[in-house]
Design a protein. Structure first.
Length: 117
């Protein structure tokens, strides 16, 4: 079992930056693939980014590539999502998730990110 807790959401103006953190606890959490998803009001949850267990491989959705960066510190069992050049369309609840295999099995409670124009 893995527990995930996000923090760092908030309100920011367009063009600004925010950094989300996801603290993981539980068995072998540092070996999991970690992902970020988001869900805007009235829309389906969508993939944002992922990072493998050692941090050597990252993947991004096209809509955030070049603006968002995910990283991890396994010593702290924490994953980060640095979000720069934020746009109003980035407004959503952001979820941290962990995969031990091919599916994301564990999810955090979500962090609200609101970008004003």
């Amino acid at each position: 079992q893995v527990q995930l807790v996000e923090s760092g959401g908030g309100l920011v103006q367009a063009g600004g930056s925010l950094r989300l953190s996801c603290a993981a606890s539980g068995r072998s959490s540092s070996t999991y693939i970690m992902g970020w998803f988001r869900q805007a009001p009235g829309k389906e949850r969508e993939f944002v980014a992922s990072i493998n267990w050692c941090g050597g491989t990252t993947t991004y959705a096209g809509s955030v590539k070049g603006r968002f960066t995910t990283s991890r510190d396994n010593a702290k069992n924490t994953v980060y999502l640095q979000m720069n050049s934020l746009k109003p369309e980035d407004t959503a609840v952001y979820y941290c998730t962990a995969a031990s295999g091919t599916t994301y099995d564990y999810w955090g409670q979500g962090a609200q990110v609101t970008v004003s124009s």
